[in-house]
Design a protein around this ligand. Structure first.
Ligand code: AMP
Length: 396
């Protein structure tokens, strides 16, 4: 696939959902910098985020870690790219900081953009802050939309690398699927714009970064924390499955942590919008692969959204034990997954063990459904907030 095909694909992104009207994402054909997110939309998002944030203030019982503010960033050089230019050498450094203060000001009564409220966004509309991380195909930066002060994460993908890596489909899938999702435990994709060489994804900023890093740092999570994470995952997966989307690549590396300690599923590169039909692609990470995906050939080699239930079981195990249940050499991992060979260490509570065993079931149809995961005694025990309200109910 060529860059031109990739671009034309980006113009037609759309996910028709039975619950929602399709959202217009049309791009103007003759723009050098085209976009699917306009300034007025971003103002809307900022206001939404503001009211959600205020709602969260009252719903604090559901949070996991001690509530912290967006960290005030040290003054860092902000790079501003000249619009339309794609050369790294054209990055201009300025001394500006993207801070909590500006986030707050953006949330309190955003003025409409004085000049052109409906103008499409481009790179020059953002102040770029510190790098947040590096993926295989690009970097992610903390960013602030200048006119609204809206804080977000800007993911920059190089078109040539996407084409070279033959991941056009994944990128398109990621944009297509993620931009239509709205759930507190699913990372928001507000929109995207692109220039000649790069695609920029305007993402929700997850203030506490990768869950994977927290897990590696802590070794394993205490049961109360693991249970809250699993409850949030179950709520997010329930939402996705209702929309006939299976994630297919659930693992700690693909989960981010928001400023209130809430988790945010990200990385929809492998997810599939699958109304009714079963898919047969082999993807994802070996440790998290369900048995029905590793069986080579044969008519049993199909799967549906229940693959995410298996991965949730693997995730829960890794949260509590610090390593995946089938971790071994690649050949042995596959063999052990196919046989469901694993043991839960004795330090794991009987209730948690029970839930793991009800998720890591070889027969997909016998895995505990998400609604029952949310009602499992281990979840209920750890997710009761003040006043008897259940965290997961708030999230659903
Ligand atoms: P990715 O290319 O999506 O794998 O992102 C690379 C890294 O950037 C991740 O591992 C995170 O550490 C960081 N990152 C990506 N997206 C965000 C975000 N929305 N908020 C905060 N950090 C992010």
């Amino acid at each position: 696939m060529s860059i031109r095909q990739l671009e034309s694909g980006l113009k037609h992104l759309n996910v028709n959902d039975e619950n929602e009207a399709p959202q217009p994402t049309g791009l103007k054909s003759k723009q050098v910098l085209t976009t699917s997110v306009s300034r007025s939309n971003l103002v809307k998002y900022a206001l939404q985020a503001s009211s959600e944030s205020r709602q969260n203030e009252g719903n604090r019982v559901a949070t996991i870690t001690k509530v912290t503010q967006i960290p005030t960033l040290p003054p860092s050089p902000v790079r501003r790219q000249i619009s339309g230019s794609s050369d790294e050498s054209n990055v201009i450094s300025e001394r500006t900081s993207v801070s909590q203060a500006s986030t707050n000001s953006s949330f309190s009564g955003l003025p409409p953009h004085p000049a052109r409220p409906d103008r499409d966004l481009s790179l020059k509309d953002f102040e770029i802050g510190k790098p947040l991380g590096k993926g295989k195909f690009g970097r992610v930066y903390l960013a602030r939309e200048k006119s609204t002060g809206f804080i977000c994460a800007l993911k920059c993908l190089h078109k040539s690398e996407i084409v070279q890596g033959k991941v056009e489909k994944q990128v398109r899938r990621e944009v297509e699927i993620q931009s239509n999702l709205r759930h507190p435990n699913v990372l928001r994709l507000f929109g995207y714009f692109h220039d000649k060489k790069r695609i920029f994804l305007v993402l929700e900023y997850a203030g506490h970064g990768e869950l994977y890093k927290h897990l590696r740092k802590e070794g394993k999570f205490p049961e109360w924390k693991a249970a809250q994470y699993v409850a949030q995952m179950a709520a997010a997966l329930k939402y996705l499955h209702k929309k006939h989307i299976m994630h297919r690549d659930i693992k700690p590396e693909n989960i981010l942590v928001g400023i209130h300690g809430e988790i945010k599923i990200s990385d929809f590169g492998w997810s599939v919008h699958a109304p009714n039909n079963r898919r047969q692609t082999m993807c994802g990470t070996l440790d998290y692969l369900p048995p029905e995906m590793i069986k080579p050939g044969g008519k049993d080699n199909f799967y549906d959204e229940k693959i995410d239930l298996w991965s949730l079981g693997v995730l829960m195990y890794e949260f509590l034990v610090g390593e995946a249940p089938f971790e071994d050499t690649p050949v042995m991992t596959q063999r052990r997954i196919a046989r469901g060979e694993m043991s839960v260490p004795s330090f794991v509570s009987p209730e948690a063990r029970d839930l793991i065993k009800k998720l890591l079931v070889l027969d997909p149809s016998k895995r505990l459904p998400l609604k029952d995961v949310e009602q499992h005694p281990w979840i209920l025990k750890h997710c009761l907030g003040k006043g008897g309200d259940r965290a997961i109910e708030r999230r659903s």
